[in-house]
Design a protein around this ligand. Sequence first.
Ligand code: ADP
Ligand code: MG
Length: 612
Amino acid sequence: MNLTKEQADKFKKLSINSWSELALMIPHAYEDFRLHDKLQIHTSQLIDATVESLYRSANSIQITFYAHNFGHTLTGVLFRPKPYMLHQFQVGERNYFYGMVECKAGQCSITMPRKVTTVGEITPKYKTALRTDVMQRFVQNNLTRENLKAEALDEEMIEEILKLHFPTDAMLKSKELSPKTVYALKYVELFSHMKLLAGTRRYFKALASLPSLVEGGNGNYTEWAATLPFKLTNEQIDTIEEIKKDLTKDVAAKRMVVGDVGSGKTMVILASAVMMFPHRSILMAPTTILANQLFEEALKFIPPSTKEGRHIKIALVTNKTKKIDLSEFDFIIGTHALLYRELPHAELVMVDEQHRFGTQQRNLLEKLVSSGKEKPHYLQFSATPIPRTQAMIETAHIDVSMITSTPFKKDITSRVIHKSDFKDLLQHIKSEVDKNNQVLLVYPLVEQSEVLEYQSITEARSYWEKSFENVYVTHGKDKEKEEVLLQFREKGSILIATTVVEVGISLPRLSTVVIVGAERLGLSTLHQLRGRVSRTGLKGYCFLYTNQNSSDRLEQFVETISGFDIANLDLKFRKSGDLLKGSNQSGNQFKWVDIGEDEEIVQKVKKDLKII
Ligand code: ADP
Ligand code: MG
């Protein structure tokens, strides 16, 4: 897009990047500067009038106009007139004036009239960073079919949206935007959003790719899969196949694998490393515990094979491991400690629980193992389910695979509970602990708070410590939290914590989670917490403790176990504004588009932008 200096300047002031975005800055009102010969009440109208007299009082001015177009007089009223307003009205002069026309008892008046020079048109009014007349002129002169077409917008949509900026009589009369117009606005909004996203995607040559026809050698994960103690689920296989296709391309892959907690993403990670072998893979995880766990799983599920006398050598890197020569290993698993080590080049980079890392950390890892302009294939894994339509939007800048089912049905009973249920809850906890199962109690705060009507960890802990043995306590700022979690995993009965325990560590004996003040948390956070229990098929329980008498949101949450359903519910409630301030996690990114409803438009935009 070639912009003149003036255009570029205006784009900057309006904080926009394209003509499509300009098109989206629609007028908030129209002014009809055409001359009509019929007077309409309650309407702002243009008059062609001679000023007959002027009368000033303390804080207003009254003007008598003879309106030639209507053929009779009108009284003009200016309340609290500013000095500059006065110059517009000279007795005996004939001009065009514009203002709201009203009639009472046969006497018609025009409120706050002002002199106008542009006559004969319907003029849009804008509320933007530019003055409305500057914006008007900018739009009129620049928002052309050609400019919009050059951005590859659909032509029908262009016509529809231009009507808003170049209004017709019909537009003026309609009180609401037509469904067709709203559709066009959604389309253009998505179009510019996805185009911007697509623009951020860079394509790099891959450091190494798999030979495309794989028989036996690289990329053959089926042989490995046959050694597993279980069958991969269809969705795991589909995802692995998608990754396999990525890995055979010359272009470095960029893919996000979204799967609910417990959907078996680790197997996808391991399969990817197996496919990539003998090229090297690196996997980064957000915590030491998680890195350890992944390392152990890798050792367990990728046993040494004697094929061609080689096997995948696996290393673990945390800040506790000594400096070793990593170039001897084929699969390196670690925490962000990796970022401070001498890393050999790696042809595949994976990041687990990617949302726990900053963009900088993720990019740094990719860079550390790249060489020149060539980059490793890159896979990120996320346990935060997103609505399908959102995933489709994301495909503008990253490929997305979704795993929506879990390998075994999780049997978790979820319930909303209140103070009156406490006795039963206690009974339940006792019986779970007796069965050698574990219970997680999530409190909203560490310290006591005046504003919150729930106990904090500090207040609650002594009660639990008195009533039970093996009670462990940790929270986000606790430096020892990883150590506490490890000890709890081995020896604990009850863990008291804040929402820190979000991270994907496996607690096989954990059967129950109680979330105190559940209404304060977003549905996706609740879902993450619930995902801690029943990880390996144990009968699970999730109790949402609340002081609220009723909450539609929580009631609907307990009805479903699918993270993708929860993501859709979250959308629904966010729209209805039921979420408390501050707990809205992602905000609304669109003005017109409704992720819950507009899948078809997303598809059209994808097609028009040629995103496959
Ligand atoms: P997440 O997607 O949360 O990372 P994990 O990969 O940790 O999930 O898997 C959760 C549990 O399910 C693990 O104990 C894992 O061994 C097991 N698992 C993974 N895939 C399968 C499968 N196809 N069949 C049975 N169990 C599986
Ligand atoms: Mg995981």
